[in-house]
Design a protein around this ligand. Structure first.
Ligand SMILES: Nc1ncnc2c1ncn2[C@@H]1O[C@H](COP(=O)(O)OP(=O)(O)OP(=O)(O)O)[C@@H](O)[C@H]1O
Length: 353
């Protein structure tokens, strides 16, 4: 049972939470939804800070069930908030050591290196930037050896530059972390870069739950209808064309050509394709400068209720990587695209995230 499962139901004054979900007990799960939909309440229930009816189980460890409620201090949880709540009178090193049962220098230094705070160990929090404080808070949470890390909009108090600077640390963390992370965020680009899985909430309920690529391209969810709609594809760099400086990236159902040396052959990366950068053709266009014209099958046609449609395609056949295309009502009327049809997707822009 490699899952975190929960069913939580109850009222907090005017607000009703009625949420049930099962998510992988590894990787980063983004908890996404509009303000006030209950994201923080879910984290607080998992941490035992709020008690509603239902159950919480991490793998085969029961934290809450009918008649049983494990108190917060007996749940091995790392909690990172919007604003880092460090002890102001303690140095970074003392802050990091705080939750460690047996302060272990090697482990502390490894974590400090991972988060780039090794040089800051003797400073006090007052003398740190917002991004540095947040990295220390993450380090402190990890050093308590939690079974799960709960992060509530950890970057939202940072300005754009500090956010951009901290994300690579979170990506490194992601690669090396064996515990699950539940990550609350409103920010599309943060989620695209960090999450593997996504829980989408609305008005106290979980409205969808699945792998990130499927959630981002699910036409019934608000994410795919937004202006920022994108597809995410996990890719392997399978070749490099020296002469033309083109990397070959193999995804499920296709190989893409992307200008530039994107990394060593055999390494993996994540690609981002904006729905507005994808157009469709019913036959293979013979004269085009677009590098990636790929056979695909239409999985769904979704009316956005204005001048535009979302067309969800799978590269190759229906098992291939999912690509969302945003096309005009006029183009749909001209070409009459429909579900099940084999077509070509033309991808104008691919970026690595
Ligand atoms: N202890 C409480 N007592 C009464 N109402 C509460 C309590 N905690 C949360 N609420 C209400 O529950 C609703 C959900 O709050 P919550 O903080 O979980 O939302 P959220 O999705 O995390 O929002 P945001 O993205 O703005 O942080 C809100 O309407 C909030 O006012």
């Amino acid at each position: 049972m490699n899952f975190l499962s929960a069913k939580l139901k109850g009222r907090l004054q005017d607000f009703t939470l009625d949420a049930a979900f099962e998510i992988p007990a590894s990787g980063i799960t983004a908890l996404f939804g509009p303000s006030g939909c209950g994201k923080t309440t879910i984290l607080r229930c998992l941490a035992g800070l709020e008690r509603l009816d239902g159950y919480v189980r991490l793998k085969d460890d029961v934290w809450q069930d009918q008649g049983y409620f494990r108190p917060p201090h007996k749940r091995a949880i790392g909690y990172v908030f919007q604003e880092a709540s460090l002890f102001p009178h303690m140095t970074v090193k003392q802050n990091l050591s705080y939750g460690m049962a047996n302060p272990d220098k090697v482990h502390l230094h490894e974590t400090a290196d991972l988060l780039g705070v090794r040089e800051l160990l003797d400073r006090i929090p007052d003398r740190l930037s917002g991004g540095e404080r947040q990295r220390v808070a993450i380090g402190r949470a990890l050093l308590s050896k939690p079974d799960i890390l709960l992060m509530d909009e950890p970057l939202s108090a940072l300005d754009r530059a500090a956010k951009t600077a901290i994300i690579p640390y979170l990506e490194r963390l992601h690669a090396g972390l064996s515990i699950p992370v539940l990550y609350v965020s409103h920010d599309h680009s943060e989620v695209e870069r960090l999450a593997d899985h996504m829980l989408v909430m609305d008005k106290g309920r979980v409205i969808s739950n699945g792998p990130l690529d499927e959630m981002l391209t699910d036409c019934s969810l608000p994410l795919a209808s937004s202006r920022e709609a994108t597809s995410i594809l996990e890719a392997e760099i399978t070749g490099f064309d020296d002469k033309n400086v083109i990397s070959l990236l193999t995804v499920k159902g296709a190989t893409l050509q992307v200008p530039g040396a994107l990394g060593p052959v055999n390494s993996r990366c994540r690609l981002r394709i904006a729905a507005s950068d994808v157009s469709l053709a019913s036959t293979h266009p013979s004269q085009t400068t677009i590098l990636n014209v790929l056979p695909a099958r239409i999985l769904a046609v979704h009316d956005l209720g204005n001048a535009q449609f979302n067309i969800l395609c799978a590269l190759g056949d229906e098992d291939g990587g999912r690509i969302l295309a945003r096309i005009s009502r006029l183009s749909l009327a001209r070409f009459g695209f429909e579900t099940g049809q084999d077509i070509f997707v033309q991808i104008k822009g691919v970026s690595m995230v």
